[in-house]
Design a protein around this ligand. Structure first.
Ligand SMILES: CC(C)(COP(=O)(O)OP(=O)(O)OC[C@H]1O[C@@H](n2cnc3c(N)ncnc32)[C@H](O)[C@@H]1OP(=O)(O)O)[C@@H](O)C(=O)NCCC(=O)NCCS
Length: 158
């Protein structure tokens, strides 16, 4: 994990930070609210705190966590394992702000491939990723539990 605590300047009360212990409860509460039964456990988030292959960011508005993105970065492969914006703030452009910031951090590496899985029914997220140039690569059968569903694995080369 990169060592800087703050990664972004305050701009219109928006800031970015690397995920740290102080964000744990806020992120976990959002996760439960957004993903319900399919939410990551608290221990999954805790294990991200000292994962040296992680690139995990939180988005703050007025110093409150309203979104987050979790990814692992190994050589030229980045896998996005979790990405969400608080329900109150969805569809208002905050996902785009966080995602652009995340991509910018990755740009220091050349030819990096980003992949992720998304529920085949999650039209909102699929549109989001397609907007950023992601392409559906293949389908993984029963990738998700609670409820059981296939995923599209999507890819982008930056
Ligand atoms: C997917 C998610 C992170 C996107 O963040 P967001 O802040 O809602 O998205 P934005 O407002 O920045 O919108 C960016 C683009 O996403 C798409 N989008 C956003 N909301 C949408 C909606 N309700 N329906 C369809 N497309 C939508 C659009 O293409 C939009 O671009 P546009 O505004 O130029 O039309 C967010 O909606 C979310 O947290 N969803 C629930 C959790 C989730 O599904 N995470 C992804 C798991 S793979």
């Amino acid at each position: 994990m990169l060592v800087m605590e703050k990664v972004g300047m305050m701009l219109n009360n928006i800031s970015f930070e690397y995920f740290q212990k102080k964000h744990l409860d806020s992120v976990y509460n959002l996760e439960i609210d957004i993903f319900k039964l399919d939410a990551w456990s608290k221990s999954a988030f805790i294990s991200e705190l000292d994962n040296k292959f992680s690139l995990n960011l939180v988005l703050l508005k007025d110093s409150i966590v309203i979104g987050y993105i979790f990814s692992s970065l190994v050589i030229d492969q980045c896998y996005i394992s979790n990405f969400a914006i608080s329900k109150t703030f969805q569809s208002k452009g905050f996902g785009k702000i966080l995602f652009k910031y995340f991509i910018n951090i990755l740009l220091y590496k050349k030819d990096i491939s980003i992949s992720l899985d998304v529920r085949t029914s999650n039209i909102q997220a699929i549109y989001f990723y397609e907007k950023f140039g992601f392409i559906k690569f293949y389908t993984r059968k029963n990738f998700y539990k609670n409820p059981l569903e296939d995923s599209f694995t999507m890819n982008l080369l930056v």
